[in-house]
Unconditional design. Structure first.
Lengths: 557, 322
């Protein structure tokens, strides 16, 4: 950066620099997701393209907006960065310096996705309507986060009010044209005005925060003040009256599990519920019939929740600095008198518990949704769905369903464990590599599919075999290193080896049956796909050895 | 005799000994990219010693402490705390250490009470009564969240967590950094009290020389990753002198000769000229240096023991060092 830059230019440059990575990643992810929908789900004939794409579009608008909250150097997401208040710039320039680059990225992302959808997928993806909607939602998201910097709890109610207002306004528009290809001048004007209004609200909120100056100490609650007044002003009274009912934590491991859960895990189910609420809202946008909402939620959201929850829970627990760019372990955790194995296993177990809690929250919310719709007027649809599920289970066989569920849990554990181990390494470059490579691989497979190049059939045998071998060797190496480094006892390694053999045999026997029963009715699994069995079994037994090794690498640099 | 030895390889006066040593560091070197953070550091800290580790910002104090905690692995040399490698056996080592980080680093979402409850679980020797007494003395409300504490209260809470399990070794990284005089006094008194009552071993880093002078009985001066000076505080004081001479004549030539390494009687570490007089900070035999100056025709006006400030500036080359 040149020294002669003005503060406004420097601010704009910084905003662009902070935003490009998440926004570009999101763009690529949406293109891949759209390709998956187009090639895999749309041919199933469940719904029309218009509904699928409208649903995707709505989700993209929301995710696009929320991702902007993390485009800052501290990653906090709520409140305007206080350090910027010291810049010799007016508040309006400060706000525009952050808002305009973010909105430019949103526009570019919308254009890129639209181009991809039209050119590569041949989908009738519109630009103007979704683009303007994305700008309005993104600007309001940022404005709300800046206005509520001092009172973060206000975001949820204000956000819900705005979401409902948006839904109410959008539903009639979308009923007329699901894909917004005939956006009226009136609608476009409304969205532009909404964006401008958001900028004004943001300026007002940031100006208030700027006037407030440095953060004041938190205000004591009125109830507490009253109690203290009644007890007396003595300083020791507060201490003497302090509740000491919490039982002591009986071991270091329990203490660490308690800490991991309290700091991170307990928020996860709430986050899932919030995400589900937003996702169901977004899914509801293009569905003219309210009754179709449940079917759509079950069809789209449950698989996504099952696929995304384990990595999300793993990443949440193994990232020590959610508020910064640093990925290394924090000094507080690193200096606890706990061995590397115990600390890593506490994190791993807490991540698994968090995943289970998140899954329970997902299932509970979907059940609640189903019960709600069944009770209030859509009983037929729900009953039809329940009958469909029962028939499907009967058709596949209860035993096979139970086995598939067990394998699903094992796969979730493997995914969670791998993510925990990779993130526990605390190296940015490794995390980037570990996440980008699989995403790129999946994207390449689906893009090739879009281009009618059957990559899996052609390259499958050549790629899958080595992949399985690499996973197996990786697991073996992890266990050997862990035992040699005195992180794990030899008998644990023996147990892992036995589990791996048993898992491999089980997978080889079950994979063809489950493939035919669950994925492609009556189809047969290609022989080369069985080569993945040892690798998949190895992935399940790898985390207990890999996580302590990763933590040791991070903790003692 | 309880003592600490801390020398660089260049002027190693004593070999590190492992007898009753709590900390033994031998030939420790550490690089971060192109930057050398520690170079051939030797340090022996014996039981009951209070060692002040003094140096400028970026001198290598925190890096050395992080090696003792096992947060950094020795690239060259070796580190032993209680005879164990802290990177290989963190639980065994950290369980006997009380550590106060410069940034404190306590989780802001915990209350003070939760911090005590959580920390107690790690230490079988946790003294709940002592923790309560310290909280009471420091006016810490167990219901208050860490993030709402003032900087001083935050430091006090961290100190209670570090002291209440009665650690054998206290590692304090800039314990009074950013604290007001009242909190600073509280923190230092709590540490001194622990040392006086229980004879704990303490290693604390600081750039506040008055604090080091007040608390420690041994001192190690670190600069640019090298230990420039180490030993008992009294011994260091006795070895360093301030000599005032009238400027002029052959003074410059003599000072240069006396500043050269290997000068026999003593060595001039730094010289500063003001109002026609030159103040020399010297190490070694004061009388011999004065005699040599007189022999060269210089007039010695006064000599007295050098202060710790003067020694620090002279050693780190920030005093117009020769």
């Amino acid at each position: 950066m040149s020294r002669s830059w003005s503060p406004a230019r420097a601010l704009a440059w910084e905003s662009l620099r902070l935003s490009w990575r998440p926004v570009v990643t999101t763009t690529l992810a949406w293109c891949a997701l759209a390709a998956i929908y187009r090639r895999l789900l749309a041919p199933l004939g469940e719904r029309r393209d218009a509904e699928v794409f409208s649903s995707l579009l709505a989700m993209m608008v929301i995710v696009n907006a929320t991702i902007l909250l993390s485009c800052r150097d501290d990653g906090v997401g709520i409140g305007f960065e206080r350090r910027l208040f010291r810049l010799p710039l007016s508040t309006s320039l400060l706000v525009l310096g952050r808002l305009v680059p973010a909105l430019l990225y949103v526009t570019a992302m919308q254009a890129a996705v639209a181009l991809f959808m039209r050119a590569a997928l041949g989908a009738p993806w519109p630009l103007l309507g979704p683009g303007l909607l994305a700008l309005a939602v993104a600007s309001w998201t940022l404005a709300l986060s800046w206005v509520c910097g001092q009172r973060p709890l206000l975001i949820a109610p204000l956000g819900v009010v705005l979401l409902f207002a948006l839904l109410t306004w959008l539903r009639p528009v979308l009923r007329a044209d699901l894909l917004w290809s005939r956006l009226t001048a009136h609608d476009a004007t409304a969205l532009v005005l909404a964006t401008a209004m958001a900028a004004l609200v943001a300026m007002w909120g940031v100006a208030s925060s700027r006037r407030a100056g440095a953060a004041a100490p938190s205000r004591p609650r009125l109830a507490r003040l009253a109690v203290e007044e009644a007890v007396g002003p003595g300083r020791n009274s507060a201490i003497a009256a302090a509740p000491t009912t919490a039982p002591p934590l009986r071991s270091a491991m329990r203490a660490q599990l308690w800490m991991e859960w309290r700091q991170k895990g307990r928020w996860f189910p709430f986050g899932i519920l919030l995400w589900l609420a937003v996702a169901v809202g977004a899914s509801a946008l293009p569905v003219p019939e309210t009754g179709a909402l449940l079917r759509q939620a079950l069809h789209d959201l449950l698989p996504f929740a099952v696929l995304l929850l384990p990595p999300a829970a793993g990443f949440l627990h193994a990232s020590f600095h959610l508020r910064g760019q640093v990925t290394g372990i924090d000094s507080f955790r690193a200096t606890r008198p706990l061995g590397d194995r115990e600390l890593a296993h506490a994190i791993l177990l807490s991540a698994a518990r968090t995943w289970a809690a998140g899954l329970a929250a997902t299932l509970a919310s979907i059940t609640a949704l189903a019960l709600g719709l069944w009770r209030f007027g859509n009983a037929a649809r729900v009953e039809e769905l329940a009958r469909g599920i029962a028939d499907a289970v009967a058709g596949i066989g209860a035993g096979r369903v139970a086995l598939a569920t067990g394998l699903g849990v094992a796969a979730a554990w493997a995914a969670l464990g791998m993510v925990v181990a990779i993130t526990l390494c605390g190296r940015n470059w490794l995390s980037l590599l570990a996440y980008v490579v699989p995403i790129t691989a999946v994207s390449v497979i689906f893009i090739a599919d879009v281009a009618d190049v059957d990559l899996l059939d052609r390259a499958g045998p050549a790629l899958i075999g080595p992949f399985g071998v690499v996973l197996t060797l990786g697991a073996a190496a992890a266990w050997v290193l862990a035992v040699r480094g005195r992180l794990l006892p030899l008998r644990a390694a023996m147990l892992a080896a036995l589990s791996w053999v048993a898992g491999t045999v089980l997978l080889v026997r079950l994979m063809p049956t489950l493939f035919a029963a669950l994925l492609v009715a009556g189809g047969s699994l290609p022989g080369w796909a069985l080569l993945t069995a040892p690798g998949l079994a190895a992935a399940v037994v790898m985390p207990p050895a890999l996580a302590p090794l990763a933590l040791r690498w991070n903790r003692h640099r | 005799m309880i003592h600490a030895v801390a020398t660089s390889h260049a002027n190693a006066g004593a070999e590190p000994r492992a007898g009753d040593s709590v900390v033994v560091v031998e030939g420790l070197s550490r690089r971060f990219g192109d930057k050398t953070a520690l170079h051939e550091v030797d340090l022996v800290l014996e039981r009951g010693v209070v060692l002040g580790l003094v140096g400028k910002n970026g001198a290598g104090k925190t890096t050395l402490i992080q090696h003792l905690l096992g947060l950094l692995r020795a690239q060259r040399g070796c580190v032993r705390v209680f005879g164990l490698d802290p990177a290989a056996e963190p639980a065994a080592v950290l369980g006997r250490i009380g550590y106060l980080a410069e940034d404190r680093g306590l989780p802001g979402w915990m209350t003070v009470g939760e911090l005590m409850r959580y920390t107690a679980a790690f230490y079988p020797r946790w003294d709940a009564d002592y923790a309560t007494r310290l909280c009471d003395d420091f006016q810490l409300d167990p219901r208050q969240k860490i993030r709402t504490l003032s900087r001083g209260q935050h430091a006090r809470a961290a100190l209670v967590a570090a002291l209440a399990h009665r650690p054998e070794l206290l590692l304090l990284d800039e314990p009074s950094s950013g604290l007001d005089p009242v909190v600073r006094r509280d923190v230092l008194e709590a540490i001194l009290h622990t040392v006086a009552e229980e004879g704990r071993t303490v290693l604390f880093s600081s750039h506040l020389l008055d604090e080091v002078e007040r608390m420690s009985d041994h001192l190690a001066l670190i600069d640019g990753g090298r230990i420039l000076l180490a030993g008992g505080l009294e011994e260091i004081r006795e070895r360093h002198w301030r000599i005032t001479v009238r400027a002029g004549g052959a003074l410059e030539v003599v000072v240069k000769r006396l500043a050269a390494p290997g000068a026999s009687a003593g060595r001039v570490l730094a010289a500063r000229e003001a109002l026609g007089e030159q103040t020399l900070i010297c190490e070694g035999d004061c009388d011999a240096i004065a005699a040599e100056l007189r022999q060269a025709g210089c007039e010695c006006l006064a000599h007295s023991p050098a202060s710790l400030d003067e020694i620090f500036f002279a050693r780190t080359g920030n005093d117009g060092g020769t």
